[in-house]
Design a protein around this ligand. Structure first.
Ligand code: DC
Length: 687
C-alpha cells in the first residue's frame, strides 16, 4: 500500500496483463454465514480478508463451526441448524455491520444465551427495525444499553410464524437480508412470509442475498420488492464448493483501463468476476461497452480491449450503478462528445459530495464540466497528441502558472476527499495524450476496499521508459547516500536501488567461487555478475538461497566491492541489472555513477559530499554503536583509499554529473537533507 502524502503517476501509455481483484465483502460474509448454517462441509474460495470477515469467522468458531484455512481457501463445517452446546456465549462484533445484523437474526431464531457487543461506534449504529421484526416473530432479545442499538442479549424464542413478518426496507436493506438468511431455519412445516414496509432501498444487494440463498438450496419467492416467501420445507444445502466473486465496483477501474489503454495485442484480463456476476455494479460493463469497450467474459473472468477510439460520449441513467458510474466520468475525458450521467443524487451523500468532487477534479485536468443537483456532464479532452508535442517533448508549465486552457490537458494534483473511489478513478487520467503526470493526493484512502490498488495498476500498465522518473544520488563512501536515497524513496513511494550492494554481492560471490579480485579474473567475475541471482526483500538481500544482508555490510566487503568495481567488464555486466530497477512509479538510485553512466537522462541528480574527516567520524560512531571496535585514523585511511580508487579508476570514476546539484551534508541533519532533495524534486514537477 502507498502511504505517502501523494503519489505521482507518470504518463502511462498502454495496459495489458492479468489482475486478480480482492473478493466482495457483501458476498464473503453472506457465504460464511450460510456455510455455517447448513449441514456438511463447504469449501470457500477467494474469500476477502478484511476486518469484517475476520469478525464473522471468529463468531462462527465460537458457535462450534469447524473452520480451516489454507491459503485463499477456507473449509467450513456447518452446524446443520443445531448448536453444539448450550453454554452462554459472548460475541465481539467490532464495527462489522455485515456480521452484526445477520448474526443477530440467525442467533435469535436458533435460540440460546448470547451476548453481542462491538466497539463504541457499533453501539451507535441502529438495529431497532431488525429487533422489532424479530420480536414480532417471537424472538427474545433485550437491549443491554440504549433501546434500538447494540449491545444485545438473545434468549430462546417461542416462534409465531402464522402472520407475515413486517420489516422496514427504507433504512438499511441489511435488515431484510438478515431475516431472509435466518428464517429458513424455521420453515420446516410452513411458508414464512416477509412484508417490506416502505420503499426498499439498495435492491441489488437483496438480489445478492436471494442469489446466494438459491446456491444454498433456498428458493425464495419474490412478489415485486414488497413480499418475500420462504417455502415450507426449505432447508440449507451446501453447494460443496463456492467461489466468492471479486468486487464488481473495483472491476470498473480495470474495465475502463482496458477500454482506454489495451489497444495492442493483449487485453486486460480481470480474474475473479464475470458477466454473470450477482453484483449490481457488474452492469457497469454495459455502460463501458456503450462507450466503446470490447468485453468478453467467461466463468469468473472478463477480458477488455479498446474498441472505439476515441470512446463514445453517452447519456445514461446511472441509478442502478451509483458507485461504478463514477468511473464513467473519467472515461468521458477520452470520448468524442460530452457524457451526461443522470439520476445520481445519492453521490451527494456518499463518502464525500461525489458530484462536486468529480466536477472539481475533472476541471483541474482541463475539462469543461456542468453539474446539477443529480447530474453531471463531462466534456472530453484531446485523445491524440498534437504534432508539435510529438517532435518536441512538451515543457510542462506549472499548473498554477499555466494559462488554464479549457479543453486541453493540464497537470493536476487530484484531491481525493478521503474517498477511495475518487483516487482510483483519477488514476486513469495518467493515459492523457499530453503525456503529463497526474498527482494523486493521499493515495492510501484506497485501503477502504482495495489496499493494493496502485500496485495492481502498475502491474498491468506500461509507460515509456523515459517517462519513469529516476532520482540519482551519487557520492563517496559513507556520505549518507543510502539513508538519504531510501528516505526520499519512501516519501515518494518509489523503488530504491542500492547499486553499491550489487558490487558488494559480486565481490562476495567471486570470493565464494574461489576467484581473486584482480584483472586476471576479470572475465570470470563479469560472468558471475551477469547472472547474479540477487533478490531484495524489504531490508534483506539474498544471493540465491543465502541471506547476505550482513555479510555485504562489513568494511571488508566494501573494500572488496571497490576492488571489483574498477574492472570495466564487471561494470558493463551490471548495467542491465541496474537499469531494470527503473519501474513504475519511479526510482531512487544511489551509487557512484548513477547520474553519469547508468541513468544519464535522470531528471534529478544529486551529488552528496562531506569531508573525509566527517565521514570517518560518522562511520566510527555507527560501528561503535554496533559493538565493533575500530579507530578513527584507520577508518579515515580506509575511506581515503576507497575514495582514491573510486575517483581515479579508468571507467565511470566517481565524479558529479554536469547537471548534478551538489549537496554538502556535513552540517545537515538527515531530515534537512531529505527536505532539500524533495524541494529540488518538487520544483521540477508541474504541479
Ligand atoms: O556505496 P557502497 O559503499 O556500498 O559501494 C561499495 C563500492 O562499490 C564502492 O567503493 C565503489 C563501488 N561502487 C561503484 O563503483 N559504483 C556504484 N554505482 C556503486 C558502488
Amino acid at each position: 500500500m502507498f502511504s505517502t502524502a501523494f503519489l505521482d503517476l507518470p504518463p502511462l501509455h498502454s495496459a495489458s496483463g492479468t489482475i486478480t481483484l480482492p473478493g466482495s465483502k457483501s458476498i464473503s460474509n453472506r457465504v460464511l454465514l450460510l456455510s455455517a448454517l447448513c449441514q456438511g462441509t463447504t469449501v470457500v474460495h477467494d474469500l476477502l480478508d478484511s476486518d469484517d470477515t475476520r469478525v464473522m469467522l471468529a463468531a462462527l468458531r465460537q458457535l462450534g463451526c469447524g473452520v480451516q484455512e489454507a491459503g485463499t481457501t477456507l473449509t467450513v463445517t456447518g452446524l446443520g441448524g443445531q448448536l453444539q452446546h448450550a453454554a452462554p456465549i459472548e460475541f465481539f462484533m467490532g464495527n462489522a455491520g455485515t456480521a452484526m445484523r445477520p448474526l443477530t437474526a440467525a442467533l435469535a431464531v436458533l435460540g440460546g444465551d448470547f451476548t453481542l457487543k462491538g466497539v463504541a461506534r457499533m453501539h451507535e449504529r441502529p438495529i431497532g427495525d431488525l429487533v422489532d421484526a424479530l420480536r414480532l416473530l417471537g424472538c427474545h432479545i433485550v437491549y443491554l444499553g440504549n433501546d434500538g442499538f447494540p449491545p444485545l442479549r438473545i434468549g430462546k424464542p417461542t416462534l409465531k410464524l402464522d402472520q407475515p413478518i413486517q420489516v422496514r426496507g427504507d433504512v438499511s436493506s441489511q435488515f431484510l437480508t438478515a431475516l431472509l438468511m435466518a428464517l429458513p431455519l424455521a420453515a420446516k412445516n410452513r411458508d414464512i412470509v416477509i412484508d417490506v414496509v416502505g420503499e426498499l432501498i439498495s435492491k441489488p444487494y437483496i438480489d445478492i442475498t436471494l442469489n446466494l440463498l438459491q446456491r444454498f438450496g433456498i428458493l425464495v419467492k419474490r412478489d415485486g420488492w414488497q413480499r418475500f416467501t420462504i417455502p415450507a420445507g426449505a432447508s440449507y444445502q451446501s453447494p460443496k464448493t463456492i467461489h466468492v466473486e471479486a468486487d464488481a465496483s473495483s472491476a470498473s477501474y480495470f474495465i475502463a483501463l482496458g477500454a482506454i489503454a489495451a489497444g495492442g495485442e493483449d487485453p486486460i484480463r480481470i480474474q475473479g468476476v464475470g458477466a454473470d456476476s450477482i453484483q449490481g455494479d457488474i452492469r457497469f460493463m454495459d455502460a463501458a461497452t456503450q462507450m466503446g469497450a470490447q468485453i468478453t467474459s467467461g466463468p469468473n473472468w472478463l477480458e477488455v480491449r479498446r474498441g472505439a477510439w476515441p470512446l463514445k460520449g453517452i447519456e445514461l441513467d446511472c441509478n442502478h450503478i451509483p458507485d461504478a458510474a463514477m468511473t464513467l466520468a473519467v472515461m468521458a475525458l477520452y470520448a468524442d462528445s460530452p457524457t451526461t450521467l443522470r439520476n445520481i443524487a445519492s453521490w451527494r451523500v456518499k463518502e464525500t459530495d461525489r458530484i462536486h468532487a468529480m466536477a472539481t477534479e475533472c476541471r483541474k485536468l482541463g475539462a469543461q464540466v456542468e453539474e446539477g443537483a443529480d447530474w453531471l456532464k463531462v466534456y472530453p479532452l484531446p485523445t491524440e497528441q498534437t504534432t508539435s508535442s510529438i517532435t518536441t517533448p512538451p515543457v510542462i508549465a506549472k499548473a498554477s502558472h499555466a494559462a488554464q486552457k479549457l479543453g486541453q490537458w493540464q497537470p493536476a494534483s487530484i484531491h481525493t476527499y478521503d474517498d477511495h473511489r475518487v483516487a482510483m478513478c483519477f488514476s486513469l487520467a495518467a493515459f492523457n495524450a499530453a503525456q503529463i503526470p497526474v498527482r494523486i493526493e493521499d493515495p492510501k484512502c484506497v485501503a477502504k476496499t482495495f489496499p493494493d490498488y496502485f500496485e495492481a495498476l502498475f502491474s498491468v500498465t506500461q509507460a515509456e521508459v523515459h517517462h519513469i522518473p529516476v532520482i540519482c544520488i551519487d557520492g563517496p563512501t559513507a556520505s549518507g547516500k543510502g539513508t538519504l536515497a531510501s528516505r526520499v524513496a519512501q516519501a515518494l513511494g518509489y523503488h530504491y536501488l542500492d547499486s553499491g550492494a550489487l558490487y558488494r554481492i559480486t565481490a562476495l560471490a567471486a570470493l565464494q567461487a574461489g576467484l581473486q579480485l584482480d584483472t586476471a579474473h576479470e572475465n570470470a567475475i563479469a560472468d558471475l555478475a551477469r547472472t547474479l541471482p540477487v533478490r531484495f526483500e524489504g531490508e534483506s538481500v539474498w544471493l540465491g538461497a543465502q541471506d547476505v544482508s550482513d555479510a555485504i555490510r562489513t568494511e571488508e566487503a566494501g573494500m572488496n566491492a571497490s576492488k571489483v568495481s574498477v574492472l570495466p567488464h564487471v561494470r558493463t555486466a551490471l548495467v542491465a541489472l541496474q537499469q531494470s530497477f527503473q519501474r513504475l512509479p519511479g526510482l531512487l538510485a544511489d551509487g557512484r555513477d548513477m547520474g553519469t553512466v547508468i541513468f544519464p537522462n535522470a531528471p534529478l541528480k544529486v551529488f552528496l559530499t562531506a569531508s573525509a574527516a566527517q565521514r570517518a567520524e560518522r562511520r566510527h560512531k555507527q560501528l561503535i554503536s554496533k559493538g565493533i571496535s575500530t579507530t578513527l585514523d584507520s577508518l579515515r585511511a580506509d575511506l581515503e583509499a576507497r575514495d582514491a580508487r573510486d575517483s581515479n579508476r579508468s571507467v565511470a570514476p566517481l565524479k558529479p554529473a554536469q547537471d548534478a546539484f551538489q549537496l554538502d551534508n556535513s552540517q545537515l541533519s538527515i531530515e534537512a537533507s531529505v527536505d532539500q532533495v524533495l524541494a529540488w524534486w518538487k520544483a521540477k514537477q508541474p504541479f
